[in-house]
Design a protein around this ligand. Structure first.
Ligand SMILES: Nc1ncnc2c1ncn2[C@@H]1O[C@H](COP(=O)(O)OP(=O)(O)O)[C@@H](O)[C@H]1O
Ligand SMILES: [Mg+2]
Length: 463
């Protein structure tokens, strides 16, 4: 199971607070023990003074006369027993109700050490000894040893400590409840986000609402929504591409099928040969279309990954492409004039992509030029490398110059049987190379001039 931040936060806080509670309880215990001893030792000392007041000399010696009221004071509401012994200044025992001290050294050390806990007559007691000055009888001072059992102390200690423990427990419970509420409240936006995600219409790439989200979440939501929008755009354009491609393939395929069924009816070898020739021509058109579709799909996948870029020389690509397209130009009696720069045309780019770009522009110039026309192909070096193709064809009206880059778009009544994909490929490749494609009228306002201007960064002479 996945660990939730909320529960781990709550667990950590509750553990920390419980540990804190135990520490405070231990401190409370120590403080209560000290307080109890302080209060009751003070009372014990007062009792020593009282005992001195009750000391009485008689014919038999010294004794302490304690009335029942005095006894109640000494024994804290009659729940404790007390033991006493009185010594004179030389350490001679004068009187006592039990034997507490054996010798003078022990007596002196008890006076010095102050109150302490020990056992007398099988009970735990608190014992202390103090020198008390006297002005009565023949004595100047006495040392009184007094011990009392611990019942009242224990009762006081228990009551005080239980009160402290309960108060602290209540305070801790209240703090835990507050922490639980605060943490739960802090995590409400996450709960809401989870709900929004589950309720989201995935088929529509619905965006998640950003309003009201806390600042910590805002960048994630913004990024997520941006990603959704990009994916949606991509999916929609692929959908359009596939349906356009299917449509584009359907027409020539239907034509080929018609020819085939027509051919099956024919007996004459001559007529059959004519039909086969038409099918062959149709098939090469179809092959070209499929190749262009593949090139476009590849352009999208590969060129975006600029890992495939390498050093290429534009002049070289242009010369090779021209020699490949020469036969087409010769067929139409078109002269291909080539003005290649002597400056460096080394680029950092995708070789196959650049070949497609150059070939499509030259092919168009040949295809849309009248028979016997001229196509001029130029390259330019310098910081910005350029490739220019100019023809003397019908030209491209200004209002069509944007649209002709769309997939499958052809200007109405265009010559030939193109698929409308060539310039989409040109644009795709140019974009990947950060190159700019512009269209102008040709020389003397006749024909068309396509210029591809590569970004300075793609020039690779320094590489
Ligand atoms: N050099 C040109 N001269 C005139 N029109 C052109 C030229 N190049 C392209 N076009 C127009 O732009 C359209 C799109 O071109 P393109 O994408 O290469 O598709 P295709 O050549 O297969 O029709 C063409 O149908 C044509 O109408
Ligand atoms: Mg074309």
């Amino acid at each position: 199971m996945k660990m939730s931040i909320r529960s781990s936060l709550l667990t950590t806080l509750i553990i920390a607070m419980s540990v804190l509670y135990l520490v405070r309880l231990a401190a409370g215990y120590i403080q209560t023990v000290q307080l109890t001893d302080e209060v009751y030792d003070e009372m014990l000392l007062n009792s020593v003074d009282s005992l001195a007041g009750w000391l009485d000399a008689s014919a038999k010696g010294f004794d302490i006369k304690i009335s029942s009221a005095s006894s109640a004071i000494l024994t804290h509401n009659n729940i404790d027993k007390y033991f006493y012994e009185v010594f004179d200044a030389e350490g001679k025992r004068l009187t006592g109700n039990t034997n507490l001290i054996d010798n003078e050294t022990a007596l002196r050390s008890l006076v010095k050490s102050g109150p302490k806990t020990t056992r007398v007559e099988n009970s735990d007691v608190r014992i202390m000894a103090a020198d008390v000055p006297l002005t009565r009888d023949q004595l100047k001072s006495v040392t009184i040893v007094l011990a009392e059992t611990l019942n009242a102390r224990k009762r006081f200690f228990e009551k005080t400590f239980v009160a402290i423990a309960i108060t602290q427990f209540l305070a801790m419970s209240l703090s835990i409840a507050c922490v639980y509420l605060f943490v739960s409240k802090a995590f409400l936006p996450f709960k809401k986000l989870k709900q929004n995600i589950t309720e989201r219409d995935t088929s529509r790439f619905a965006q998640l609402p950003e309003a009201g989200a806390p600042a910590e979440m805002a960048p994630f939501l913004a990024e997520f929504n941006k990603m959704c929008a990009a994916i949606e755009q991509d999916v929609r354009s692929r959908e359009r591409f596939i349906s356009n491609a299917a449509h584009q393939l359907r027409t020539p395929l239907a034509g080929l099928r018609n020819y085939a069924s027509f051919g099956l009816e024919l007996d004459s070898k001559e007529e059959l040969k004519d039909v086969v020739l038409r099918i062959d021509k149709g098939l090469s058109g179809l092959t070209r279309l499929v190749n262009q579709l593949l090139a476009l799909a590849r352009a999208e996948r590969e060129y975006f990954m600029q890992e495939h870029f390498e050093r290429v020389e534009l002049n070289n690509i242009v010369s090779r492409t021209i020699s490949l397209l020469e036969p087409e130009a010769v067929n139409k009696g078109i002269e291909l004039s080539c003005e290649l720069t002597t400056d460096s045309t080394w680029l950092y780019g995708h070789p196959l992509g650049l070949e497609q770009l150059v070939a499509n522009l030259i092919e168009n110039a040949i295809a849309y030029s009248p028979n016997g026309g001229e196509v001029i192909i130029r390259t330019g070096g310098g910081p910005q490398i350029v490739f220019i193709v100019e023809d003397g064809g019908p030209g491209i009206p200004a209002e069509e110059r944007e649209r002709i880059f769309e997939r499958f778009y052809r200007i109405r009544g265009s010559a030939g049987s193109g698929s409308g994909l060539g310039l989409s490929i040109v644009k795709e490749v140019a974009t990947c190379h950060q190159a700019e494609v512009t269209i102008e009228d040709g020389n003397n306002n006749k024909g068309t001039r396509f210029t591809v201007k590569f970004h300075e960064k793609t020039a690779s002479s320094q590489l």
